[in-house]
Design a protein around this ligand. Structure first.
Ligand SMILES: Cc1cc2nc3c(=O)[nH]c(=O)nc-3n(C[C@H](O)[C@H](O)[C@H](O)COP(=O)(O)OP(=O)(O)OC[C@H]3O[C@@H](n4cnc5c(N)ncnc54)[C@H](O)[C@@H]3O)c2cc1C
Ligand code: FES
Length: 280
């Protein structure tokens, strides 16, 4: 059942947020830490916000940090067009407009006691990181944690210092792979599904929930792999990206077969989107 009937004018009013810190992450992707003038954003892992620059436009961007890290919030923005290229020119101390947080979230409280398998492809690590940080900050509430990260080549790796820390931790399993190696790369090579044989025998499929975010092609092959391993559709949780404008269920830009991804998603179970073949 899709619900998109909110009538709250504050949904349309941007608040001012200030850049605390920003740095290049890859050639196209830039990291930003923001703070709001009036307290915490109050987001949940997996949600997004609409960032705006007056006279230029607005863009939906995922919240990449966990709400357990209070005071500021983080995003990673890929320079692809009008709004994102302008945001890339901004420096610490400068301000933007922000509406949100919007959308559904990874149900981290409902997942207490479960084993978690995170699968992130490319920039999909950006929204998934908020759930990963949440689980790590509440480590005792979850069982085994597996994190798989894949990207096209070593220059596309994100949060390199943080993932080096994940790789060193003994209470989680972190594996990564690149599609195309480069000189100096000594890690795994191959698409992300080539990592599955390394964890397959350790996973307790019945108690594991898979959280996956990546490009459309990745969903196809990762879901096939998970289904072969015995995962049920209700235990596969994914975040879908659609073109969005309003972010609040009014303009219809994000619609798939009567569902508004901005409100009914972006986080869905596979069970919920099975019928929406276009989405997968
Ligand atoms: C829920 C959600 C979360 C997102 N999270 C992030 C994030 O964390 N980091 C990030 O960098 N981007 C994210 N995006 C994508 C981001 O919103 C778009 O890249 C941005 O809106 C482009 O705006 P622009 O004005 O810079 O580009 P435009 O000038 O509008 O477009 C440039 C090019 O990008 C294409 N494009 C525009 N919007 C999208 C889109 N939504 N999906 C695919 N192609 C698009 C256009 O067709 C055009 O070819 C997210 C999108 C959604 C819906
Ligand atoms: S973006 Fe406008 S209805 Fe979803």
């Amino acid at each position: 059942m899709c619900a998109h009937d909110k009538k709250d004018s504050s949904l349309y009013l941007p608040q001012v947020c200030t850049i605390v810190r920003t740095e290049a992450m890859t050639q196209r992707d830039r990291y930003f830490e923001f703070k709001l003038a009036n307290g915490d954003l109050g987001h949940k892992p997996g949600q997004f916000a609409e960032l705006s620059i007056p006279g230029i436009g607005e863009a939906p961007i995922s919240l990449s940090s966990s709400p357990t890290r209070n005071g500021t919030f983080e995003m990673v923005i890929r320079n692809v067009g009008k709004v994102t290229s302008m945001i890339h020119t901004l420096k610490a101390g400068e301000t933007l407009g922000l509406r949100g947080p919007f959308g559904t979230d990874f149900p981290m409280e409902d997942l207490r006691g479960k084993d978690l398998l995170f699968v992130a492809g490319g920039i999909g690590l950006v929204p998934l990181r908020s759930a990963i940080q949440y689980a790590l900050d509440n480590r005792k509430n979850y069982g085994a944690i597996y994190i798989l990260f894949g990207c096209t080549d070593p220059t596309q790796r994100l949060f390199t210092k943080e993932i080096a820390d994940w790789a060193k931790r003994e209470d989680i399993v972190f594996l990564e792979s690149v599609d195309r190696p480069a000189p100096g790369w000594t890690g795994n090579t191959g698409v992300i599904t080539t990592l599955f044989p390394k964890i397959k025998d350790k996973l307790n499929t019945k108690n594991t929930r898979a959280l996956i975010v990546g490009p459309p092609i990745m969903y196809k092959f990762v879901i096939l792999e998970l289904k072969t391993m015995g995962f049920e559709d209700k235990d596969i949780i994914m975040s879908l990206e659609r073109h969005m404008k309003c972010g609040v269920g009014k303009c219809g830009h994000c619609q798939i077969n009567g569902c508004y991804v901005c409100q009914d998603g972006p986080v869905f179970t596979l069970e919920a989107v099975r019928g929406l073949m276009e989405a997968i």
